[in-house]
Design a protein around this ligand. Structure first.
Ligand code: 2M8
Length: 440
């Protein structure tokens, strides 16, 4: 399905396309990831989107983050979906009636999910402030600061099930990379039958090709895991004894460490003490290396807390701790070497875009969501890491490849990792937002 010509050939045209995409997805006080597939507010999408808004309509960056954090739970968790009450029932599956957040203690007035997503919000707030140092921005940052701190506290306490200074995820949706091959082994232990899904109607496959989405068995397991968490009203005590999916994810923990780095900078602006944030950032980096780095693969891997073992799959998740500036130089060098291998193909002149999974693996699927296709948020996170670790040549290659994807195909949700053809939603929020950031 190659288009006749590029969607936009020059930076000004690309910028205009990105702004039009974000404007089209703006909804009163937040931006939807996609009008069709994801019509509510998503947590980490809002953070990436705020980074983009900061370049063109800074007030919206602050409104985006403020509206998300208004739905923060009393325990500090920031829900991964905040539902828009004005949408019709069935606009998204699983919708508010499925989550039943009102039954949980400490849930906000708004209907939300009970899960979290990678905490990239402090970084987003910091980057937005770097572009907009107005008094209004400083006030918005000061209002967000205690909420960002509470978000971190939730992860570091309620979610440190392994006791090793890392947070665990209780559902693949919390990773943001829903059906990554990284979750196949821990998901295999979740009891569910594809027949479970007959009781529900999936909504995603109405708008996207089913072959590009998770399978029905995946969804049956997603639903089973939520049902288990929901039955205990999303409480985190005794997770180790009763919850079917508990994994320490390299991306989520790298985001948590990066959030402490950003909070140290924010603290200095809002008159708080940066010291504890710096200490926690160092502790998280140390724990990531100790618990999730495998010197034999040179990559980070998720740790399945139910078996105690690292998941062997080599996915793009394993590259994400490069975003931590204090990663030891030797560890960073091995992750970069892996990124430059045939598995991920990073180079100053990239022939193909960054895949979400090891290209050489037998379970690499170029069309299926997080099992191979290229995503701009992963490329953007890696791009930051390469700059932090002194590889501007590789960062430049990745940046060109990101821009090339949108120039060829538009602001799609994800892209074919060989051809760059657009997949998923054609007007996707974080693709537009992160493109604006790399174009700046
Ligand atoms: C995808 O996840 C949702 C569930 O949360 C879904 O598939 O319906 C993921 O790509 C996730 O990372 C993203 O935040 C969300 C909205 O863009 O969609």
């Amino acid at each position: 399905d190659a288009p006749a010509g590029p969607v936009a050939a020059d930076p000004a045209g690309l910028r205009a396309l990105a702004v039009a995409t974000l404007d089209g997805n703006w909804e009163h006080d937040h931006t939807v990831p996609s009008r069709t597939l994801y019509p509510h507010q998503w947590s980490w999408d809002s953070a990436f989107i705020a980074i983009g808004w900061a370049h063109v309509r800074p007030a919206r960056a602050w409104r985006e983050l403020a509206s998300l954090f208004r739905a923060q739970w009393a325990d500090g968790r920031v829900p991964h979906i905040v539902f828009n009450p004005s949408l019709r029932v069935g606009a998204y599956f699983p919708g508010p009636e499925f989550w039943a957040s009102a039954l949980a203690e400490g849930a906000p007035a708004a209907a939300t999910s009970g899960l979290i997503q990678p905490p990239v919000h402090a970084l987003a707030a910091w980057l937005a402030y770097r572009r907009d140092r107005s008094e209004a921005a400083r006030a918005a940052l000061a209002r967000l600061y205690p909420r960002l701190v509470a978000q971190q506290r939730y992860l570091a306490t309620c979610r440190d099930v392994g006791g090793g200074d890392l947070a665990c995820i209780v559902h693949p949706w919390e990773s943001g990379l829903d059906n990554s091959p990284a979750w196949d082994a821990p998901m295999a232990a979740v009891r569910a039958d594809a027949a479970v899904m007959r009781a529900y109607r999936r909504h995603d496959t109405v708008h996207a090709d089913a072959a590009h989405r998770p399978t029905d068995l995946d969804y049956a397991r997603y639903v089973a895991i939520v049902a288990s968490y929901r039955a205990l009203r999303y409480r985190d005590d005794d997770l180790a004894d009763r919850h079917p999916f508990l994994v320490e994810c390299p991306l989520l923990n790298a985001a948590m460490g990066g959030a402490e780095q950003a909070l140290a900078r924010i603290a200095a602006v809002v008159g708080a003490d940066p010291g504890p944030h710096r200490d926690r950032a160092a502790a998280i980096t140390e724990a990531l290396v100790r618990r999730l780095y495998d010197p034999t693969t040179g990559l980070f891997h998720p740790r399945d807390l139910r078996t105690g073992r690292l998941v062997p799959a080599r996915t793009a998740l394993g590259l994400m701790p490069l975003g931590l500036p204090d990663l030891p130089a030797r560890t960073a060098a091995s992750v970069i070497a892996e990124a430059c291998s045939a598995r991920f193909g990073l180079a100053p002149r990239m022939e193909r875009p960054l895949p979400s999974h090891d290209r050489t693996a037998p379970d690499f699927e170029p069309l299926r969501y997080w099992r191979g296709p290229s995503w701009l948020n992963l490329a953007w996170l890696l791009h930051r890491g390469l700059r932090a670790h002194g590889r501007p040549d590789l960062a430049a290659g990745l940046r060109r490849s990101m821009i090339g994807l949108v120039a060829r195909s538009g602001c799609h949700e994800y892209f074919h990792p060989d051809t760059g053809a657009g997949l998923g939603s054609p007007a996707f929020g974080w693709t537009a937002a992160l493109l604006l950031d790399v174009l700046a």
